[in-house]
Design a protein around this ligand. Structure first.
Ligand SMILES: [Zn+2]
Length: 87
């Protein structure tokens, strides 16, 4: 008996904080340092590699409802992130 179980379900994704609308994706900012090649006039020629990437930071904006959060820790105070029991 052949059983092929494909576990490709989103419920296996790690828990993440949610916006009050239930969305889990936010616009954020991140500083990246690229190593590049320039010509003799200091004009960009080509990428070598993406180097250091710093931790993303706010303001965070929900990609769905456009709610803004200075810090994702603010999401901990939303009822939707407190076990789902909304009073
Ligand atoms: Zn939202």
């Amino acid at each position: 008996m052949n059983e092929c179980v494909v576990k490709n379900d989103r419920s296996f994704a790690p828990e993440t904080k949610r916006c009050s609308c239930g969305n889990t994706r936010f616009y954020a900012n991140q500083v990246c340092y690229h190593s590049i090649i320039v010509n003799g006039n200091n004009v960009f020629d080509s990428d070598i590699e993406i180097g250091e990437s710093e931790k993303p930071y706010g303001t965070y904006t929900c990609t769905e409802c456009k709610a803004e959060y200075e810090d994702l820790d603010e999401l901990d105070n939303l009822p939707i992130n407190k076990g789902g029991s909304v009073k």
